[in-house]
Design a protein around this ligand. Structure first.
Ligand SMILES: [Zn+2]
Length: 287
């Protein structure tokens, strides 16, 4: 999921935006594929960069690195510790200082999509509910790794379903059916216990969105990939899959990795910039 740790500071663009502007201006539909870079820009800790100290010294506190806690299914082995870890990280996410609206890439993106009247759909690996929190419609969103605002039962992950995380300040709650400890409905590595019910509903929305893609004119739909890194390749692979299947142009915004990776195209119009810088620049050009 995550990549950069630095916050955007430069306002000078290093990449000409004319090619991407032309693609985006012409498109009727925009498939937004958003990774951790978007949320890094609003202050969400990126677990992996050491100096970012995303979730603090988790080795001392919990006995595992923050990467292990964030991605490995330790719930069955150490449920109390995992619950404490997620309670703390969720609280930090919610309480971290957020940028003002003009400096918030989610709002910049949303304002442009709305003003330009684009028919869009968002795919994201972010589990921090930032798209929901910023008012993006639920029916236009597929959170491929789940989200913190919903939970599932630890004891009966399938039978007891997916339910809202009742107290967002706690991140973990109890199962309303049996009272067992609940865990976030977030997909970890090798997580055979992840309840996919909520995701399947979102996937149906995205399948419905794809109905027109095969038959439409070239360039009618563009993939706008924002802040997607190379750590976990799911999103990059998704971009490539959609690009290959429907011949969709890719506008890729990433300050560090616009084209690396043997199986990943650099995109039709790569923008080697921070997410916010690029989105502000594009919005100014696109009106
Ligand atoms: Zn239960």
């Amino acid at each position: 999921m995550p990549v950069p740790s630095a916050q955007p500071t430069a306002s000078v663009l290093h990449t000409p935006l004319a090619p991407s502007r032309a693609l985006l201006a012409r498109a009727h539909r925009i498939i937004v594929i958003a990774g951790a870079g978007m949320s890094a820009d609003i202050g969400t800790p990126v677990y992996w960069t050491g100096d970012n100290a995303a979730y603090g010294d988790t080795v001392s506190h919990y006995g595992h690195t923050n990467l292990e806690h964030s991605c490995a299914p330790l719930w069955l082995e150490e449920p109390d510790q995992q619950a404490a870890f997620f309670r703390e990280t969720w609280r930090e996410m919610r309480e971290s200082e957020k940028p003002a609206r003009p400096a918030d890439p989610y709002f910049v993106l949303q304002d442009w999509l709305d003003a330009a009247a684009k028919d869009y759909f968002v795919l994201t690996s972010n589990v921090d509910t930032a798209f929901t929190d910023h008012g993006f419609p639920a029916e236009k969103l597929l959170e491929i790794h789940g989200a913190y605002d919903r939970s599932q039962c630890l004891a009966e992950p399938e039978a007891h379903g997916v339910f809202p995380t009742v107290d967002p300040g706690l991140a973990t709650t109890v199962c309303p059916t049996c009272g067992s400890l609940a865990r976030p409905n977030v997909l970890f590595f090798d997580d055979y216990w992840f309840n996919n019910a909520a995701n399947e509903l979102q996937e149906e929305d995205f399948l419905d969105y794809q109905r027109h893609l095969a038959a439409e004119d070239a360039g009618s739909t563009v993939i706008l990939e924002v802040g997607v890194g190379l750590t976990v390749m799911n999103l990059r692979n998704l971009t490539w899959d959609l690009h290959s299947r429907y011949d969709l142009p890719i506008v890729r915004i990433n300050p560090f990795h616009v084209g690396r990776g043997d199986d990943v195209s650099a995109g039709t119009a790569p923008i080697y910039e921070h997410q916010l810088t690029a989105l502000v620049g594009l919005r100014a050009l696109l009106g």
